[in-house]
Design a protein around this ligand. Structure first.
Ligand code: ATP
Ligand code: MG
Length: 355
């Protein structure tokens, strides 16, 4: 019985579920691609658990986490004395996964020199432990994952085309969380219950405006980031209703979200310089001088971008901070109003963009 709970009901996520159901009963190689935190590993596990191999092992290898010199022996095993320091025979991950599934995570980080060997093993389904001339026949299902653009790596000759085609028999592209905003409320509720249970709390309500903040954030860290934000919010909540500080979401938005438009880049740069200047706007050591614009221009830009120290969740200080009124509503401004207690209280709708 599966212990996995895959949360989501958006059309994009249902397409992923359909593809899992399609591929689980057959043994073809699967390549899962998606940004960090989109659930590549849980989807790989779901494929394993939905197929006939579910009684056997699901073995994960993170190709980026193992030093390249050790990866070959980690994958295929070695005999005693195969190399200096090989004091005992070891079984590689391939063999451990026999009759089960081997999950090759971060496959884009597989060193080029190891790629032909992996290809041969995948084609013949035979391994040889390092230092042994004996071939061992295996029955392993391969699922690979990466957050890199593997096809581009092929074009840049950083990844072998033959291995790419061998792994990419059945591709699954995981949508980012901002492409499936319709699932955010469901995921948030799931995580609230999970962490409340763990922390011995009862939280049975997520205010609508909190849901709206969550839906409006871009989530560069995807589901993992949402999970972390909710875990923190559950810790901070004292009553039956989830309390979420606007700054918990926004600081991360401005710091982590990759700038996609010129306006995003402008906003991010202004925030960086303001922080460097300790939020001093005017004067010789102020942000306006650093940015090469008149003080009044910077204030107008801050107003336009909805930038103020409070809105970004920085604690007050004794610097010459110019208070900039929050904008009424535009596409790049913080959407919502933070009360004096720092808790989000109300917001304007951005739901049109979230469905
Ligand atoms: N559909 C989902 N429902 C519930 N939880 C999910 C879902 N997808 C992912 N998660 C949770 O989000 C977190 C990140 O998932 P996972 O580790 O699979 O992402 P990833 O794509 O492998 O990330 P990375 O690229 O950083 O390795 C995990 O805690 C996982 O349990
Ligand atoms: Mg992962």
């Amino acid at each position: 019985m599966s212990t996995l709970e895959l949360i989501g009901s958006s059309a994009k996520f249902r397409t992923v579920l359909d593809r899992i159901n399609m591929i689980a009963p057959v043994d073809s190689a699967v390549l899962i691609q998606g940004e960090t935190g989109t659930g590549k590993e849980v989807i790989a596990q779901a494929i394993h658990e939905a197929g006939r191999r579910r009684q056997n092992s699901f073995v994960a290898v993170n190709c980026a986490a193992i030093p390249s010199g050790l990866l070959e022996s980690e994958l295929f095993g070695h005999e005693r004395g195969a190399f200096t320091g090989a004091v005992a025979q070891t079984t590689g991950r391939f063999q451990t996964a026999d009759r089960g599934t081997l999950f090759l995570d971060e496959i884009g980080d597989l060193p080029l020199e190891l790629q032909p060997k992996l290809l041969r093993v995948l084609q013949e389904m035979q391994i040889e432990r390092l230092g042994s001339g004996r071939a061992i026949q295996l029955d392993v299902r391969i699922i690979a994952a990466t957050n890199q653009d593997l096809w581009r790596m092929v074009q840049e000759r950083k990844f072998r085309a033959d291995l790419y085609f061998r792994l990419n028999v059945f591709p699954i592209m995981l949508p980012s969380l901002r492409e499936r905003r319709g699932d955010i409320a469901l995921l948030a509720e799931h995580f609230v219950q999970k962490f409340a249970r763990r922390q011995g709390k009862v939280i049975d309500r997520i205010p609508d405006d909190v849901i709206e903040i969550l839906k409006c954030h871009d989530w560069p860290g995807n589901i993992r980031e949402l999970q972390n934000v909710i875990e923190r919010a559950v810790i901070m909540s004292n009553g039956p209703s989830l309390e979420l500080k606007l700054s918990e979401v926004q600081v991360r938005s401005s710091e982590l979200a990759p700038a996609r438009t010129l306006l995003d880049a402008e906003r991010a740069h202004i925030i960086t310089v303001l922080r460097e200047m300790n939020w001093i706007v005017g004067g010789r050591h102020g942000a306006a001088a650093q940015l090469g614009v008149p003080r009044t221009t910077l204030i107008a830009m801050m107003r336009r971008h909805g930038i103020s120290r409070e809105a970004l969740g920085f604690a007050g200080g004794d610097s010459d901070l110019i208070a900039v009124p929050k904008p009424s509503h535009n596409s790049y401004a913080p959407r919502g109003i933070e009360g004096q207690d720092g808790i989000y209280h109300q917001s304007q709708s951005c739901l049109e963009a979230t469905r």
